[in-house]
Write a protein that binds this ligand. Sequence first.
Ligand code: ADP
Ligand code: MG
Length: 327
Amino acid sequence: MPPREFDLIRGIARRAGTRDDVVLGIGDDGALLELPDGELLVASTDTLISGVHFPPDTPPAAIGFKALAVNLSDLAAMGASPRWVLLALTLPLAEEDWLDDFLQGFLGLASQHDVSLVGGDTTRGPLAVTVTALGVVPRGQSLDRRGARPGDWVVVSGVPGRAALALDRLRQAGGDFSQLAPHLLDALERPQPRLDLGRFLRGRVHSAIDISDGLLQDLGHLLPEDGGLGAEIWLDQLPVDDDLSAVPAQRRWTLQLTGGDDYELCFTVPDRERGAWEDWAETLKLPLTAIGRIDEGDGIRCLHQGRPWQPPAAAGFEHFSGEGDEP
Ligand code: ADP
Ligand code: MG
């Protein structure tokens, strides 16, 4: 192994915290992890590529934070508690300052959720970060995408559309991060994985997903592919904050429904629990809003004061939508 790579890994290992259930962490060919009795291992991985998932001049601490946050968000959507992570880093240069800042974002969020970095890989190439997050959930209590039923209420956490609005404003500012209000910058760079919410929803909801590619696209994943279920979405009920409420309606709906990167949870609540999310929201100190209902109709129908509204064609983020185009 080249000495530079070794130095980098040693620097990482020195700063990675260790939980008691890590029998063997960074430094060997694999990590040994103690699984609690009666719980299932939940595994999830996501890659962030410079210029695709974040602007190339994003501060390294923000890249580190977000790389972990999007993975913890997947565990939240499964109702899991995160325990361990693996970090595969591809770096153009072995820059210690860059890595320091990156780790500050990454390990800062990890320690907030008592997650240990237990291994990874370090290679040279165009900047890319792949994180594998491992968590646990009591057997039989996990959440998933499969259980939506007619009559379920569609509920979302937080305010979807904030990250897309921030990205819009950043583009308008010619990519100058310093022109973005700090709370909007946070919406884009520091999404908070909804782990407490995911655990709270165990046994309370029929289905759940995290919103990474836009509300409509991800809600679509809660409907079976072979049809039989649809959903009505009420545009007037979509949650807003001060920034979004200042955006003209059509543009606002597009941001709220098709903007990605919010990492809120969307879930379906059985009809017998009608309104219960208002108490849940108070307990969790997190806005929860019913925005529609599952039915036996065809696909997702967006309604404004009872009239249908069609979002612009390219709804939600799709990596291969331009496949076949010249790179
Ligand atoms: P191997 O050759 O067996 O793949 P490596 O030289 O890639 O081992 O890594 C040595 C040790 O350092 C391993 O335990 C690996 O998990 C850990 N490691 C490598 N890169 C990272 C990283 N970016 N973050 C955390 N641990 C890492
Ligand atoms: Mg390796």
